[in-house]
Design a protein around this ligand. Structure first.
Ligand SMILES: Cc1cc2nc3c(=O)[nH]c(=O)nc-3n(C[C@H](O)[C@H](O)[C@H](O)COP(=O)(O)OP(=O)(O)OC[C@H]3O[C@@H](n4cnc5c(N)ncnc54)[C@H](O)[C@@H]3O)c2cc1C
Length: 483
């Protein structure tokens, strides 16, 4: 048994655990942290992701507070042309590895145990096991256990599909596609993308950009999705006016709408939200961010199967519900049905701060790393659990157009709470993970004329707030009824 003593035992070296530790190291200059993770490297699920994955949001507000993720310049080619960069798979992994080996461990205040699984405990005594050696570890935790695994992120390579696959069926995950060049005598004659989320969109874009004709791609997309228009979510220091307009669009479209669908339709008309097919009313909203360039590419695929999920695959056919659909011989079926954020977690929120345990969740949706960094700041600078939890009621993890107005309302309330507190307001102003805080602070310091755009937001929110609350409360009832 290997015995350790530490102040904070953090389970998970993913985006959440890393953002928490990074801020803790700066805000509390004395505490010691031990991070354990089943993976061999920091970066969590990004280790298992397909090699062509990128962030879908600009890198400017992803990662940890102390380190930028990508250069501050726009992409000059590809479907993100003209927009600020989205870190690629290799960049994300390199970022978290550098952070661990160049900042965390050399600080002398972090012990990192990769390939180590947490096995349980409580009341300051916890255990873990090294996965390859079987070595047992015990931890005396002087302050808190920090659970950085709440999101239960699922990616295709670690997910088990919920349908039958007959022998001889050509089946792949997105991560297999970049290896197709290794077997050019046996290339698929046709492709079928299964899933309606962002992974499926990334996969379809990858195939199209690799030169596969759109009519050689079938797409099983049982539910369509609305998506944020990435053009409007560019870094605040360059595009504060767009972010202001984005916020105004949300509240104006919520006010007066009878339901989420009506609100999304209005946002769609303004170009704030995008969809892949104008003739379909999307019911899903998973906070995905997409460029107009990607949408234009994806619209080329017209062999779309809607309504039914895949229940079985055969070499030249698939079953959708109870309907059998013939497919060309040599079709490759690509499983994109893993849910990046398993929304089953939506009814499992708990207080962030509960005695000797911190559960890292969302303070605002969908700001994953920001929420974790904020939790570290609050842990250090506030005293009682009650005081801490009042600052960060867990945000609802909504997943449909019907329920998103609840998340939107909760975000506005969270913003009011955090900006109303001097300490958290100051944290937002310096946190690079916050979508607008540092940019606004810098503009204020310089008396930047673009601040005039900001002045519009407050009155617009105030005028539209009654409608936002009405719609948000109705959405809350639907969300709670579904959980
Ligand atoms: C393809 C894809 C793209 C995404 N793009 C974005 C984006 O652009 N922006 C955004 O905000 N979000 C994005 N997300 C959401 C993403 O899930 C979060 O941003 C974030 O990476 C989640 O990090 P995490 O640390 O919570 O989870 P994980 O990355 O899953 O990390 C949790 C870690 O905990 C470890 N662990 C679990 N149980 C144990 C145990 N018992 N013992 C030891 N270790 C354990 C796991 O090994 C894992 O390494 C994306 C998700 C996917 C799948």
């Amino acid at each position: 048994m290997n015995s350790h003593e530490t102040d904070y035992l953090v389970i998970g070296a993913g985006a959440v655990g890393m953002a928490f530790v990074d801020t803790l190291l700066d805000e509390d200059p004395t505490s010691h942290v031990t991070i354990i993770d089943k993976h061999a490297r920091p970066g969590g699920h990004w280790n298992d992701a397909y090699s062509f994955v990128t962030l879908h949001q600009p890198s400017a507000t992803y990662g940890v507070n102390s380190m930028e993720m990508c250069p501050d310049r726009v992409d000059t080619d590809g479907h993100n042309k003209g927009l600020y960069p989205l870190a690629k798979h290799a960049e994300i992994l390199a970022y978290y590895s550098r952070l661990m080996s160049e900042r965390f461990v050399p600080s002398g205040r972090v012990t990192y145990l990769p390939l180590t699984e947490y096995t349980g405990g409580g009341e300051g005594e916890h255990t873990a096991r090294s996965i390859l050696s079987g070595q047992e570890h015990s931890f005396k935790v002087r302050r808190k256990l920090v659970d950085g695994t709440w999101f239960k992120t699922s990616v295709p390579s670690t997910h088990k599909p919920a349908f039958d696959i007959a022998g001889g069926t050509r089946f792949a995950t997105p991560g297999d596609l970049p290896r197709l060049w290794m077997d050019t005598d046996n290339l698929p004659q046709h492709y079928c993308v299964i899933g309606g989320g962002k992974t499926a969109m990334d996969t379809a874009v990858w195939l199209l950009e690799a030169g596969v004709p759109a009519d050689k791609i079938d797409w099983v997309r049982p539910r369509d999705s609305w998506m944020f228009n990435r053009k409007l979510l560019q870094p605040a220091k360059h595009h504060i006016e767009d972010l202001v307009q984005f916020q105004i669009d949300l509240v104006e479209c919520a006010n007066g709408s009878e339901n989420g669908d009506e609100m999304f339709a209005k946002l769609g008309e303004r170009g704030t939200m995008l969809r892949l097919d104008e003739s379909v009313t999307p019911k899903m909203f998973h906070f995905a961010v997409i460029s107009e360039g990607e949408v234009a590419l994806l619209k080329q695929i017209t062999r779309v199967h809607r309504k039914k999920r895949v229940t079985a695959l055969e070499p030249a056919a698939m079953t959708l519900g109870d309907e059998r659909v013939e497919m060309p011989e040599g079709s490759l079926f690509i499983d994109c049905t893993a849910s990046a954020v398993p929304f089953e977690q939506r009814d499992k929120t708990r207080p962030f701060f509960d005695g000797d345990t911190i559960t890292l969740q969302l303070a605002q949706v969908p700001f994953v790393p920001y929420s974790a960094a904020l939790a570290a700041f609050i842990e250090v600078h506030f005293d009682s659990d009650e005081e801490k939890n009042n600052l960060v009621p867990p945000a609802p993890l909504t997943d449909t157009t019907d329920t998103y107005p609840y998340a939107m309302m909760a975000n506005l309330m969270s913003t009011a709470i955090l900006s109303g507190n001097e300490k958290t307001n100051a944290f937002n102003a310096k946190s690079r993970l916050h979508p607008t805080g540092p940019a606004i602070a810098e503009m204020m310091a310089k008396g930047d004329p673009r601040l005039a755009a900001l002045a519009k937001v407050g009155p617009k929110i105030q005028t539209n707030m009654p409608g936002v609350i009405k719609l948000g409360m109705a959405a809350k009832a639907i969300h709670e009824g579904a959980t």
